[in-house]
Design a protein around this ligand. Structure first.
Ligand code: NCD
Length: 292
């Protein structure tokens, strides 16, 4: 039975630690032929630059063949059901299928009808497990053991699959998570600390994860303007002060809305490290799913 990664909860803590151990072997751009002759299919029903290219680079660095389906021209537009699309991909002998879809639950459904390993590349506002894994990996690299460390997740948390996956994963590894957002961007859950005061919260955390305002997921504009939102929730150098704190963002960054220019070029900002580590973590993940 193929293993899948549809949410972070699909992997035990020990399994994640093993994936990270392998990922550390890949952080220097190493290549191998471990997946030679294997086929990895990326099927992205929603646009993506970094996640899709990261999976492509990861699969190629392990010697696999990669096919990325152009969804604008794919058969979904022609009315083919998801099930038939999956059956066709499977019949091509794929070892892994990476799927991104605007609807929550699509990777899970797909995983039930194919023999390849299915990886969730982001489904609706639900989950983005590989992003959370690379974020945790990057936090461990920067902070050492993350147990007992505090992180503020800032921004449009309710619409963010990145936040959803990180909340599960970071808390499982012992981090204290504080959600910082205006009330209408906060999820309705009582088991987690929240704040509307970024400046005050920033003084007590070891890490800040800023998120993009997901304007495309809002049914009506939720903030008067992005500029108003930025006044209260943009991470600036002034907010960081001279504190020993790291800043993450899954990208794409809304410059001067989520993070200001000065933070993006500050040494405490790990955005490009996240991108780099993303390839290594996805290599280790494909290795685990395909070779066991
Ligand atoms: C995120 C996504 O698509 O979920 N980006 C990413 O995968 N790196 C976040 C976003 O779109 O804002």
């Amino acid at each position: 039975m193929a293993r899948h990664l549809t949410t972070t909860a699909d992997f035990s803590t020990a399994e994640i630690e093993a994936v990270f151990e392998r990922a550390r072997l890949y952080t220097g751009d190493q290549t191998s032929q471990d997946l030679r002759g294997r086929l990895v299919i990326n099927i992205f029903f929603e646009n993506s630059t970094r996640t899709r290219s990261s999976f492509e680079v990861a699969a190629r660095r392990l010697g696999a063949e990669v096919v990325s389906l152009d969804v604008a021209t794919s058969s979904e537009a022609k009315g083919e059901t998801l099930h038939d699309t999956a059956a066709n991909l499977d019949a091509m002998g794929a070892s892994a299928i990476v799927v991104r879809h605007k609807n929550a639950g699509v990777p899970k459904i797909l995983s039930q009808s194919v023999s390849a390993s299915v990886v969730n590349g982001g489904d609706g506002a639900h989950a983005h497990p590989t992003q959370a894994l690379l974020d945790l990996f990057t936090l461990q690299e920067a902070l050492g053991d993350v147990q007992g460390k505090k992180i503020a997740i800032v921004g449009d948390i309710k619409s963010s699959r990145v936040a959803g996956s990180n909340i599960e994963l970071l808390r499982r590894f012992g981090m204290e998570v504080i959600l910082v957002a205006p009330p209408h961007f906060l999820p309705k859950r009582r088991d987690i600390a929240t704040s509307w005061d970024l400046k005050a919260t920033a003084q007590e955390v070891d890490a800040i994860m800023a998120l993009r305002t997901q304007t495309e997921r809002h049914k009506s504009p939720l903030y008067a303007s992005l500029a108003d939102y930025a006044t209260d929730f943009k991470v600036t150098q002034e907010i960081l002060g001279d504190r020993d704190v790291v800043v993450l963002h899954p990208g794409p960054v809304h410059r001067n809305v989520d993070l200001d220019d000065a933070v993006l070029s500050d040494a405490r900002c790990l955005v490009l490290k996240q991108v780099r580590n993303g390839v290594a973590v996805r290599m280790a993940l494909l290795h685990k799913l395909i070779l066991g």
